[in-house]
Design a protein around this ligand. Structure first.
Ligand code: TA6
Length: 297
């Protein structure tokens, strides 16, 4: 979709500007003193974040679609108002396939860039109690993303799931572990949502892994011994952490994902899913925030 003149007026020359993304979708490129990033208006989708002299933080599939009605595969898919599949509806809700509106670009005195986007009205949204959704992305030495849902109705609760479904770039999945979830119960989606308890400090992936960790607000870390880095995932307003790698068979079943790409990615997702879903009273707001940073291993 073409970038409107009003949106172009928000550009900051040399810092934040629109460019033609894949599939003729509108893409914002952001450059800061520490990093660069890319954000599509389609799904308000952060597709790239990279600190200077470091490998990219986010994984993007080389086979991703960039078209109306399809989610982008990789980066940070924005999951709302439901997580997972739903009869007759798009998986993971409709927010990630809508064209979001850019509302504001702000540059802080220290040079961080903040974008504020809003979810437009839609027929699907009209089926729910009246609500608004804003998404704020802040790019600097770290990458922060905050999803704010406001229940605008006068007398109805708004029940929803939300999740920032982040795909992280790793050197090799066999040289990766995830920490911060020991002792946490999870639903194992590879075993029909069987409920289990995490026993390991360092979770490793050697087969399809698809787990919804529940009632956890802890920070998690991805230890990558091939890229010699730790990715630190700090959250606020998140009670669920999802860990996913499709491995061989699932990779082959996804046309927008390469058969061998599972070696270079892991999803560690933050949100409120399944029994952690949110019931927001009329007039109230909810915030889900992640702050992603990298450290030497
Ligand atoms: O977050 C894990 C998961 O729910 C997996 O079950 C898998 O479906 C993944 O999300 C990707 O979903 P998508 O609809 O983006 O293909």
């Amino acid at each position: 979709m073409a970038t409107t003149q009003w949106q172009k007026k928000l550009e900051i020359p040399g810092r934040v500007f629109f460019t033609e993304g894949n599939g003729d979708l509108s893409k914002l490129k952001i450059n800061t003193a520490w990093s660069e990033a890319e954000v599509y208006l389609h799904g308000a989708h952060v597709t790239h974040f990279q600190k200077k002299n470091e490998p990219p933080l986010l994984f993007m599939s080389q086979f991703s679609r960039f078209q109306d009605g399809s989610p982008i595969r990789g980066g940070i898919p924005l999951i709302f108002p439901w997580f997972g599949s739903r009869e007759g509806q798009p998986a993971h809700g409709f927010a990630r396939t809508q064209e979001w509106e850019l509302r504001e670009i702000a540059q802080s005195p220290d040079g961080q860039v903040a974008l504020r986007l809003s979810l437009p009205d839609s027929p699907q949204a009209a089926l729910l109690p009246k609500f608004t959704v804003e998404y704020c992305v802040t790019i600097g030495q770290t990458l922060a993303a905050e999803l704010i849902v406001t229940n605008e109705s006068k007398d109805q609760d708004l029940t929803f799931e939300n999740c920032l479904h982040t795909y992280f770039q790793v050197g090799d999945i066999s040289a990766v572990s995830v920490t911060g979830l020991k002792g946490v119960d999870y639903l194992d989606q590879t075993e029909n949502f069987a409920r289990k308890t995490e026993r390991l400090d360092h979770i490793k992936v050697s087969s399809e892994t698809d787990r919804i960790y529940l009632d956890t607000t802890a920070a998690t870390e991805i230890h990558d011994s091939k890229l010699q880095r730790r990715i630190h995932i700090e959250t606020a307003g998140s009670r669920s952490t999802v860990v996913w790698n499709p491995w061989v068979n699932k990779s082959q079943q996804m046309p927008d994902f390469g058969n061998e790409e599972f070696h270079q990615m892991i999803c560690v997702e933050s949100g409120n899913v399944a029994e952690n879903k949110i019931t927001l009273p009329a007039g109230k707001k909810s915030s889900l925030k992640i702050v992603l940073s990298t450290l030497a291993l």
